[in-house]
Design a protein around this ligand. Sequence first.
Ligand SMILES: Nc1ncnc2c1ncn2[C@@H]1O[C@H](COP(=O)(O)OP(=O)(O)O)[C@@H](O)[C@H]1O
Ligand SMILES: [Mg+2]
Length: 256
Amino acid sequence: MSHQSAVLASQGVAPWQFSAPAVTHTHSENLSDLTSKLLHMRDEEQRRLARELHDSVGQLLAAMSMNLSILAREKALSKLAERAMAENAALLAQISSEIRTISHLLHPPLLDEIGLASGLRLYLEGFAERSHMRVDLELADDFGRLSRDMETALFRIVQECMTNVHRHSKSATAAIRLTRSAVEVCLEVADAGKGIPQEKIKEIQSGKTYGVGLRGMRERIRQLGGRLEIRSSCKGTIVAVQLPMEQLLGEVENAA
Ligand SMILES: Nc1ncnc2c1ncn2[C@@H]1O[C@H](COP(=O)(O)OP(=O)(O)O)[C@@H](O)[C@H]1O
Ligand SMILES: [Mg+2]
């Protein structure tokens, strides 16, 4: 039992659980495949946009900033022009910083190069700063690398969970735990917020209306042959994900 689960249990919380049901219906399968393809396309598109913003717009802004500092050194500027220059420099710095944030949110800086562990650390640092929440990350220094699909999926899942925690839970803290063994990767995102409302739980359990975020999460997990479990009570919510290591998924598929 994880630390957060233990805390919830010690508070007498009886969590409800939800595991993604096996999809059997052909129509649902087609819909799931389509959702997976759309998610994949969105990942690629965001990856491209993030790079474009960072490499092209970011470079142009840097060039503008250099030009501005040359102009700012001009002696012959009127007081008014000097003030306008200083204002422009501040605005430019703000635009650069916003572009960087947007680009990082679209696709974490160099996720493909630096890997999930470093990508998550950077993202969660930024998240804690922006949201003023206390964010604890439990992640081994030697976590290592996973396939690009797994890393993207896990990163997107953490991002969606954190957005949900921030938007819906009213929790002041969040705890993220990522571990791996020879057979699987486990992710847990826990908050100490107000929990998912009963009527939402019913909707989710009946598979009727699934929020876009949770639906996307479920699809990503399904595609990788994993399991999703959401435990929620008035003391908080825990999203737990288990993904099998890919070579094992391959073995299961070959055996089937
Ligand atoms: N950590 C959380 N704490 C409280 N409520 C949550 C949490 N995560 C999700 N929810 C509830 O579940 C619903 C579905 O979430 P989601 O699928 O991400 O859709 P969205 O965030 O777009 O509303 C949310 O609208 C919210 O009511
Ligand atoms: Mg959401």
